[in-house]
Structure formats: C-alpha cells, structure tokens
Ligand binder design. Structure first.
Ligand code: BDR
Ligand code: CA
Length: 317
C-alpha cells in the first residue's frame, strides 16, 4: 500500500480525488496538507476538514501556504471554476472536523512524517507546489527519504495545445512557478501528471449522473458539486463533462501501467510571457553545459512526465 500525504487545494476535482484516495485498497492515506489555489488557504483548509467529516476520515489536516513563495500578498482565486467556496456552493453541506486540524504548518508535518519513516511516504500534490518547496527549504534531506512524488500540474504540449491559464501555463504551476521549479529540479523521484493526460480523462455527463444515487451521500455530494464545474467546462472547453485532473494523479499511484512516461529534466519558465510553462528536455543528448542556455539543464535530475494515458482505464479506477 502507498503511504500517502495528499497536498491539495480543494477544489472540486481535489474533492473527487480525495474520495478515490480514501477508498482505494492500494492507498493508505496518512495526512492531508492544504495550500492556496482554487480558493484561499483558509477556505481550502475548511473544505479539507468538511470533506473529512463527509468522507469519515480521521487524519491530521495541516494548513499550508497562503501565497506563492515570491508573492508579497495573496492573489485572486478562480471562483468562476470552483465557486466562491471552492466546492461549487456545497462547502456548507458538512461541518468541518476542526479537531483534526494539526498545529504544525503543512511543510513541517511533511518533513516530520518523511523523517519518521524514511523510504515509505509518497507525496501526491495537486495544488500549487508551495508546501513542497517550503518542505525542501526546511529540510533538504527529505529528497532521499521520500518514496515518490506525484504531481498534478504542468503541460508539455503533446496534445497540440498546452496551458489552461495561459497558452503555455497550467494553473498549479503558474500559481507558484518558483516553487514548481524548485520542486522539479530537486533530486527526488517525480512523476508529473499534467494536462497532456488529464485533459484526455473526461468524466462525461452520464458518468457524473451515475454517481448520484449509486454512490450514497458522497455520490450525491460529488454530483451536485460538479454542476458548477461542469458549467465552466461546457462554456470554456465545449465538453459535456469535466476533465479529471487531480484524480488522474491518484490513479497513477494506483495503476501506473495506465500511463506512458517520458524521461528528462523538467524546468519551469519563471519570467516573461511564458511564465509558468513547463519544459522537459527529453532529447537525451547528454550535452555538456558549455553554452549558457544549457547550464539550466545540464546535471539536472531526470524526472518523468506523463505523455499518454489509457483514459478508459483511469475512469474505471
Ligand atoms: C489544476 O488546477 C486546479 O484548478 C485543479 O484543482 C487542478 O489541480 C488543473 O490545472
Ligand atoms: Ca487541485
């Protein structure tokens, strides 16, 4: 079983992925850490605590970063995607399990758990990667003690289009590009589950309505929470359904054989109009760092990016 810390900004698809984590026999969920992103960190933390009540979870929930590493103040939140309350208007449907709130900041909980069980913990991060970056800054030795890092974020353009916030940038990455670059260039084993695959995994209207009735009170909740999210997707992407972003990262942990991976160092553009773009050097040329442009790539850890997916299998999971 994967021993998982789930770093999240719930978020409607985050809530769906949490249910998958809670119910998969392949996963033992150990803690939830929250970050700003789909809403403020106050809101995403309250949502994680409310989802804990609704899902019957008894795990520590640690609140994390309110803003990006380089930000001086909090930014705006995408209420048009996830609703003002981050859960499509349904946040109030369960009382927050406040007794589960851990006194430590998220990055400290991550470092403590990883140090207590070297080699055991898998980090699944599906919001901006600020907490992971803070954990690396707090204790750089964790890179050799984490079993695996699975990130939902980024876009490599293999579908012919790329970003969902700008033409090249995906939301979790552009919300904190400096943190994403720090995390992606650290020497821990990363798999990136980006838009290249998550936009192929569509939960269509039939699938979503089948949750209602079939899935008890959680099924009803998820069906209702996805109404708002689905309206956004039908308007913006022209699909009758939703992209399954965060749950696809969890599905990778459950069945990696459903994904095709590409190897190479990954960097994040931190300046200019391409800010937030993820680039993987998959050319495998082994070039020396002589050219100034190459110094950014030479000697960087080789990471893995998902470029293909068996979408039907992920929906089945
Ligand atoms: C990612 O951004 C958030 O809106 C979703 O929860 C997901 O983690 C998709 O780009
Ligand atoms: Ca998310």
């Amino acid at each position: 079983k994967h021993q998982v810390i789930y770093d999240t900004d719930p978020g409607i698809d985050d809530a769906m992925a949490l249910w998958l984590l809670a119910r998969s026999p392949a996963i033992e969920l150990r803690a939830i850490t929250t970050v700003f992103g789909n809403a403020s960190v106050e809101t995403t933390t309250r949502n994680a605590l409310s989802l804990s009540t609704l899902y019957g979870l008894k795990l520590p929930v640690a609140a994390g970063a309110p803003k990006a590493l380089a930000a001086t103040e909090e930014g705006d939140y995408p209420a048009h995607v996830h609703g003002e309350d981050g859960l499509g208007g349904l946040a109030a449907s369960a009382a927050p399990a406040n007794e589960l709130l851990d006194p430590r900041p998220a990055h400290e909980l991550i470092c403590d758990m990883v140090n207590a069980e070297p080699g055991a913990i898998t980090l699944i991060a599906v919001g901006p990667f600020t907490n992971l970056a803070l954990a690396l800054q707090h204790d750089p030795t964790i890179v050799s003690k984490v079993k695996q890092v699975i990130l939902m974020g980024g876009a490599f353009g293999t579908l012919g289009h790329a970003g969902n916030v700008t033409p090249v940038a995906e939301a979790n990455v552009i919300n904190d590009p400096e943190a994403a670059d720090l995390v992606l260039t650290a020497a821990w084993p990363i798999v990136v589950v980006g838009l290249d695959v998550t936009q192929q995994v569509v939960m269509d209207e039939d699938y979503l309505s089948s949750l209602q009735g079939r899935g008890g009170k959680v099924g009803d909740f998820l069906w209702q929470a996805t109404r708002h999210y689905q309206d956004f997707y039908s308007e913006v992407a022209g699909i009758r359904g939703i992209y399954s972003h965060d749950a696809s990262a969890v599905a990778y942990a459950i069945d990696p054989s459903a994904f095709t991976l590409r190897r190479g160092p990954i960097r994040v553009v931190c300046e200019g109009m391409a800010r937030g773009q993820t680039i993987q050097d998959h050319r495998n040329l082994g070039l020396p760092g002589g050219h100034p442009g190459r110094a950014a790539w030479t000697g960087r850890p080789v990471q893995q990016a998902c470029i293909g997916v068996d979408a039907a299998r992920v929906i089945e999971i």
